[in-house]
Design a protein around this ligand. Structure first.
Ligand code: FAD
Length: 472
């Protein structure tokens, strides 16, 4: 059978761009279909604008903290719209690097419009139909908006609309204490809003080691963020300018009133309108596209990657999975995704970064031997910067093999890469000790944790032997 394209990619977010570029680079005739703007969620309403806003909020925080250094600085006001504009400029600058012309120049046919499967090899875009030998679903995800009573009649924000706010809310009520809710919550608090975060779970960071929640919950509360955990959302209503959220907490009903509501209750697959049923692709119980380790769906020539697979919804994972797809399309040597060493970061202050297994998971797998925690306070850099909260934690298996690392600290996102490398290389927790770390840096904590392990391993007979050697 003859096809119009070797590869058709549906969606031009991080996953789609990486897949199309990779396939085209290896000479495959490739089409990339996008119904919105190239760049997807990360660029428009995810990573880029959120981190731009967070960065601005941290400057405010620094101004408030300047007194500790003997610097009398005063905040004369925040031009909220200008701050949002900074995010928009960052989007424009990055979008210019990811332009349609760039991909066309790489030999990719970039097709504007919504792609709809009409059968297993054919995608329709408006009145045009194209066929592909391989088809890659990279359709991403969207904010999940559950059917909470009253929500449909109440104005609410999601990450897709929050950057269009015209003024800073006086009191932002956030439904959901996951990474998105926490990052926005702390940011809006630093900008000057009152913030309440409501979550059903009894603690924040449920997927991380419990030490993380202990630090971050204390930090959020000390900064004036109201955290309502173990709280079930009952209903939402609007009365005049006020929005009220009724919750059940410890068996009693409470009403929280604010002037803006952010729904940050997770993600849903971006499959509406794709005609996925025409391709007979199987979905999982949450409606995401089910893939194997090779990123193939149940239909051998149809792949999926990125958020639409529901696994580790991060930009770096979209790129990683796209790499697996490309390798499996262009080469007969099968590539498989390995999720043992996925790093993730929540960009709060302090940041929370993790890679590998948590202690709980390592225990459940029966491979946990011990853990080492070194407090951030032991870093000289942290002392001179008044960085009081945070730690590094090693989770270790047999013979001190590093199984996972968690870092809580102001630069945790920059530090975690080293742990990723150590895990991929199957290194021991003591591997950092011989390294020369520049002074003063937070990364010295890696050496400190290695040192603790070496110290623990120092048996009395070794000391005896050394003493004898020194005498002799
Ligand atoms: C507030 C927020 C902050 C985030 N911050 C970070 C962060 O700091 N770091 C990080 O790693 N991740 C972050 N993420 C997650 C990150 O944005 C996603 O993991 C990433 O965008 C997934 O890329 P993707 O290509 O799979 O999907 P998307 O980026 O959603 O791209 C999918 C694309 O497909 C298009 N599409 C869908 N259906 C069709 C169709 N039928 N036809 C044509 N086009 C279609 C869509 O228009 C979209 O452009 C954040 C997410 C949010 C919400």
């Amino acid at each position: 059978m003859k096809f119009d394209y070797h590869v058709i990619v549906i969606g031009a977010g991080g996953a789609g761009i990486s897949t199309a570029s990779g396939c085209a680079m290896f000479g495959a005739k490739t089409a990339m279909i996008e119904k919105g703007a190239i760049g997807g969620e990360c660029l428009k309403s995810g990573c880029v604008p959120s981190k731009a806003l967070i960065n601005g909020a941290h400057i405010i925080k620094a101004i408030h903290s300047a007194g500790a250094y003997g610097i009398s600085a005063e905040l004369h006001g925040v031009d909220f719209l200008k701050l949002l504009d900074h995010g928009k400029s960052a989007i424009d600058a990055i979008a210019a690097r990811e332009s349609k012309e760039k991909f066309t120049g790489m030999g990719i046919d970039v097709i504007d419009g919504e792609g709809v499967f009409t059968d297993r090899h054919t995608v329709r875009i408006g009145s045009r139909s194209i066929t592909g030998k391989y088809i890659v679903i990279a359709a991403g995800s969207r904010p999940m908006v559950p059917p909470i009573p009253g929500l449909q009649n109440t104005p609410y924000l999601t990450n897709e609309t929050i950057f269009d706010l015209k003024r800073l809310p006086a009191h932002l009520v956030i439904l959901g204490g996951g990474p998105v809710g926490l990052e926005f919550g702390q940011t809006f608090r630093y900008l000057g809003a009152d913030v309440t975060i409501i979550d059903l779970l009894p603690r924040l960071f449920p997927k991380d080691d419990p030490e993380v929640a202990a630090v971050l919950e204390k930090k959020f509360r000390s900064e004036g963020v109201r955290l309502l955990l173990s709280s079930r959302i009952l209903e939402v209503a609007k009365a005049g300018e006020e929005i009220s959220v009724a919750i059940e907490n410890m068996g009693s009903r409470q009403e929280i009133k604010g002037d803006a509501l952010l729904v940050a209750l997770g993600r849903a697959p971006g499959l509406e309108g794709l005609g996925i049923e025409n391709a007979q692709v199987t979905l999982d119980t949450h409606g995401y596209v089910r893939t194997g380790e090779d990123m193939r769906t149940n239909i051998r020539h149809i792949f999926a990657c990125g958020d639409v697979t529901g696994q580790f919804q991060f930009s770096h994972m979209a790129g990683y999975q796209a790499g697996i797809v490309v390798r499996n399309i262009i080469s007969p040597i099968g590539a498989k995704a390995d999720y043992s060493f996925v790093p993730w970061v929540t960009f709060t202050k302090p940041e929370v970064a993790h890679v590998g297994y948590t202690e709980q998971i390592a225990r459940s797998m029966g491979i946990f031997r011990e853990s080492v925690v070194v407090d951030m306070e032991l870093s000289d850099r942290a002392v001179l910067e008044f960085q009081k909260e945070g730690f590094i934690k090693f989770v270790l298996g047999k013979r001190n093999r590093l199984l996972g690392v968690t870092i809580v600290g102001d630069r945790a996102s920059e530090m975690i890469g080293l742990a990723s490398l150590a895990l991929i290389r199957k290194m021991s927790g003591t591997a950092f000790y011989p390294m020369i770390m520049p002074y003063p840096t937070d990364a010295e904590l890696y050496r400190s944790a290695s040192k603790v392990l070496l110290k623990n391993a120092l048996k009395p007979w070794i000391k005896k032997l050394v003493r004898r050697f020194l005498v002799g």
